[in-house]
Design a protein around this ligand. Sequence first.
Ligand SMILES: NC(=O)c1ccc[n+]([C@@H]2O[C@H](COP(=O)([O-])OP(=O)(O)OC[C@H]3O[C@@H](n4cnc5c(N)ncnc54)[C@H](OP(=O)(O)O)[C@@H]3O)[C@@H](O)[C@H]2O)c1
Length: 327
Amino acid sequence: MTTQRTLGRSGAEVSALGFGCWAIGGEHRTADGQPVGWGRVDDDESVRAVRRALDLGVTFFDTADCYGTGHSEEILGRALGKRRDEVVLATKWGNVFDPDTRTLTGTDDTPEYARRALTASLRRLGTDHIDLYQLHLAAADPARAAELRDACEEFVREGLIGAYGWSTDDPARAAVFAEGPHCTAVQHALNVLQDAPALLELCERLELASVARSPLAMGLLAGRRGGALEAGDIRSRPPAWLPGYADDGSGADPRWLARIDAVREVLTSGGRTLAQGALAWLWARSPRTVPIPGFRTVAQAEENAGAMAKGPLTAAQLAEIDRLLDR
Ligand SMILES: NC(=O)c1ccc[n+]([C@@H]2O[C@H](COP(=O)([O-])OP(=O)(O)OC[C@H]3O[C@@H](n4cnc5c(N)ncnc54)[C@H](OP(=O)(O)O)[C@@H]3O)[C@@H](O)[C@H]2O)c1
């Protein structure tokens, strides 16, 4: 049974499983037409899925201002409604976007923009404070980020945010933010097929939460294999930073599927589905991790929340997975 985790230095107790709200933002693109959403969504189903998650004990939700160019925050705010204070709410800033054309238009790493972005997120989410505010620019200049860290400390003093973190896969960058006393998390890619030992070591040493994004390898660890993806789905035309899907839009990369097949039996032990096994691996990997799988349906919400009752894999199973994957 894995139901609660502490969110880094903040001391906040959250459900061991968070919900990632990228996919429910719906379609959006970069200025040159690259899809960066997950295709069409049914907003009413998204709202039902969030509320089902609440009823199943999920108390941590991660979104970003740019997901669906504001739409994800609006839907999450609508779904939470009066229950907002039951949850720890995380969002991100740094990407600039135009909601009218649903286009990402650039980035802004200035403290002035951070304040404007925060004000807009509060409005869309229908709240007066964000519990975890995250810098979304994974490769931002560390010197500029130090100024943003100090701006976040000011937001904490003003009561606008509770804590903050950097969404980056680079331990050196994460360490720059961690110098601020109210930095409490790093958000980074982590799943059975993409380990991140250096970042996890940093989280353990500096008492930060590892908010594990793409915990299901963007659907592959939930059973997605071949099959056409709709044109508005980022996985149909994966940018260079997105692994696991073939460049030609044909779907899953066969090398990833072979690695999943190699560990399937261990992951599906104890009556777990594949997705539940992938989440169980993350809880076993470090006491700091809080996975945030994406979702679009009530059925996915139920299956993913159901992983908590089955708990983490054992140390022996983790070692077996490393052996099977030649790590
Ligand atoms: N900071 C960043 O730069 C960054 C980057 C990526 C993600 N994130 C965050 O991390 C969250 C999760 O990562 P992710 O969106 O990359 O992907 P993920 O969690 O690895 O995969 C989520 C996708 O898997 C499928 N899925 C989920 N549960 C399932 C189930 N029980 N059965 C079958 N399919 C299931 C759904 O897609 P289909 O049904 O369409 O297959 C879902 O959208 C995001 O929502 C976002 O909050 C942040």
